[in-house]
Design a protein around this ligand. Sequence first.
Ligand SMILES: NC(=O)c1ccc[n+]([C@@H]2O[C@H](COP(=O)([O-])OP(=O)(O)OC[C@H]3O[C@@H](n4cnc5c(N)ncnc54)[C@H](OP(=O)(O)O)[C@@H]3O)[C@@H](O)[C@H]2O)c1
Length: 324
Amino acid sequence: MRAIVTDGFGGPQVLQLTDVPDPAPGPGEVLIAVLASGVNRADLLQRQGFYPAPPGASEIIGLEVSGRIAGLGPDVEGWRVGDECVALLAGGGYAELVAVPAGQVVRPPQGIDLVSAAGLIEVAATVASNLTRVALAGGETFLVHGGTGGIGSFAIQYAAALGARVFATAGSTDKLALCRRLGAEAAFDYHDDWLGALLVATAGHGADVILDVIGAKYLDANTDALADDGRLVVIGLQGGRKGTLDLGRLLAKRGLVTATSLRGRPAEQKAAICAEVVHTIWPLFASGAIKPAQETRFPAASVAAAHEHLGSGDAVGKLLLTWA
Ligand SMILES: NC(=O)c1ccc[n+]([C@@H]2O[C@H](COP(=O)([O-])OP(=O)(O)OC[C@H]3O[C@@H](n4cnc5c(N)ncnc54)[C@H](OP(=O)(O)O)[C@@H]3O)[C@@H](O)[C@H]2O)c1
C-alpha cells in the first residue's frame, strides 16, 4: 500500500508518500481501505517527535479515517467487505489500508458524505466523552477556547445542541464571526481580555464548564473564569504543560480541574466512547442539528501542504487527506 511515513522528525518536509507492506487484521480487527484521513493538531506534534505512538500502535501518523471494509480478522462480527465505515485510531491513518479493533469502527452518520465523515470521529469522541465526564447540562454556561478549530467547531455546536449557553475564544475577527455562526452567543478575541469579556457577558457568573486546548498558560485565567461548582477540562497543551493552580480560588468555588487524553486509552474504553458517539452524536449530524466543520481537502500526496496550513494558524475547521 501507499502510506505517508516520516524521514526523521522535523518540519512538513519529513513527510513522504511511499510504498510500505500492507497491514493484516489480527483477531478482533478489521482492515479498512481508506478513502480519507483526518488531519489533527496531534499529527503535527508526532511529526516533530513530541507525541510518539502509544505502545503497540502503528508508527504511521493518523488518528481517524473513513473508507470501506476490505478484510476481516478472526472473531469479527457485524461487518462485511465493502461496508462504509469510520474509524478512531491510535495511529496508522495516513495510509491506504489500516487495521483497527472492530470496536473502534462505526458506520458513518446518515446523510454525511463519506470523505467528510473522516473528520468527525476524533473530535466527536474527544468532546462528547469530556463533556459527559464533567456533565455539561442544558442551561449551563460553556466556554471553549479556539472555537473555530477542529475541536472548537464541533464543541460549539454540540454544547448548543445540549442547550448550553455557549461562549468561545478565537484569534481573528473572521473567526469570532464564525464562532457566532456556529452557535456561540458571544466570542472573545484571545489577544484581548477574554476573561473580563466573559464575566461581563455572563453578568459575573463565569463558565460552568470550560473546554481548554491551551493548558498551563490559561490555568490561572480559566480558574478565574469558572463559576461556582465549575468544571475545567483540559484536553490540549498548546500553552504548556506545567502551571500553578491557585487551590484557594478553586476550593472557594468548589471547582473541578480534570485532564484527559483519548489516544492512549485502552481499546475497550475507546469502543465504549465510539458507541456513545453513534448513540448520541450521529443522530445530531443526521438531523442537521450539527454540521460537519468547514473542511479543506488535500490529496494525500500534498500532505506537507496540509501540515503547513494547519501549522500556519490560518486553518479553520478540519483538514482531510484524500486517497484516490
Ligand atoms: N486530549 C485529547 O484527547 C485530544 C483530542 C483531540 C485534540 N486534542 C487537542 O486539542 C487541541 C485542538 O485540536 P484541533 O485538532 O482542534 O486543533 P486545531 O484545529 O489546530 O485548532 C487549534 C485551536 O487552538 C486555538 N488557539 C491557539 N492559540 C490559542 C490561544 N492563545 N487562546 C485560545 N485559543 C487558541 C486556535 O484558535 P485560532 O485559530 O483562532 O488561532 C484553534 O482554534 C490540540 O491541542 C489537540 O492536541 C486533544
